[in-house]
Write a protein that binds this ligand. Structure first.
Ligand code: GDP
Length: 299
């Protein structure tokens, strides 16, 4: 909890002081509600969620003297209620061997890092893990995945830059089967500037995977960078058109003032949030705990 609270400090300090400014020695009147709504929008909770939260906390307090701490507490409770249904750790117990996890997201969102962190986490649970360098477009992405392979001891299946990503996924599943690997994590390209090319590539990867195992991919994770704020919403929309996104990982929650976007994402898409990234190290991937996050966010 402490790590999450520290990470969210930039998001929470603005919210906490904003709430103090609005509600110190003042009744909860229509103008105060409007100011609260603006504050929540500025904290990236999105207009719909901001309106919903402001309405929820003012319902029984309207025209009454309130205390900023009480408002912060009430908001944290409301936020936790929105987040609780989506807080679901990643389970890799489909029974399939390998359990196949496809990892998507725009370049720089933290895909490769998240894969490395997951690998370490799964290994700690006693699972064997294989990584597939499916972002064949960028040499740096292949290299970076190999670094995580060295760090974790997980086998990395890679081909040369420019190789067919679907072919690589095929090879990776074959090898994972041969070696009895529990979980296969497949990295993918994230060049959103070439949307139709990327869509074709992702669809082809999924087709090939499904041909080998009709229950796979068992998870399609979309990795989102929290520092992009509301843009993360647009990214979910875009990727949902390309692949059947089954869950989210939100990275870089350390040191951004835009942590509130997670609440907007939960409200809008109701997709499971499997984990959050709070740093660059292997241990900086945390299970997403709704109540801790809500309390951290509201200071
Ligand atoms: P990819 O292009 O989507 O594969 O993104 P990378 O995994 O290469 O990550 C891009 C950059 O973000 C790297 O410098 C990572 O170390 C950094 N990064 C990833 N996750 C986090 C996080 O949770 N917190 C912070 N501070 N940095 C992160």
């Amino acid at each position: 909890f402490q790590r999450i609270k520290e990470g969210l400090r930039k998001s929470s300090s603005r919210l906490a002081s904003g709430i103090t400014d609005i509600f110190t020695k003042r009744k909860l009147d229509a103008a105060a509600v409007e100011e609260l709504e603006d504050l929540l929008v500025m904290a990236d909770l999105g207009p719909a969620t901001a309106a919903k939260l402001a309405a929820a906390i003012s319902k029984e307090r309207f025209d009454k003297e309130v205390d900023p701490d009480e408002i912060r507490g009430a908001l944290a409770d409301e936020v936790a209620a929105i987040l609780e249904p989506v807080a679901k750790p990643l389970t890799t117990d489909s029974g399939a061997k390998p359990h196949v996890v496809l990892v998507a997201g725009v370049n720089g969102s933290g895909k490769t890092t998240t894969i490395g962190k997951f690998a370490k986490h799964l290994q700690a649970e006693g699972k064997t893990v294989m990584l597939a360098a499916g972002d064949t477009f960028r040499a740096a992405a292949i290299e970076q995945l190999k670094v995580w392979g060295d760090r974790t001891g997980a086998t990395v299946v890679a081909k040369e830059q420019g190789a067919d990503a679907a072919g690589l996924a095929f090879d990776a599943i074959e090898r994972a089967r041969r070696e009895g690997v529990d979980v296969l994590l497949i990295d993918t390209a994230g060049r959103l500037h070439n949307k139709s090319g990327l869509m074709e590539e992702l669809k082809k990867i999924v087709r090939v995977i499904r041909k080998m195992d009709e229950t796979a991919p068992h998870d399609v994770l979309l990795v989102l960078d929290a520092t992009t704020g509301q843009n993360a919403i647009a990214q979910v929309e875009t990727f949902k058109e390309m692949v059947n996104v089954t869950g989210l990982v939100v990275t870089k929650l350390d040191g951004t003032a835009k942590g509130g976007v997670l609440v907007a994402l939960a409200e809008r898409f109701a997709l499971p949030v499997h984990a959050i990234g709070v740093g660059e190290q292997a241990d900086d991937l945390r299970p997403f705990a709704a109540r801790d996050f809500a309390r951290g966010l509201m200071g």
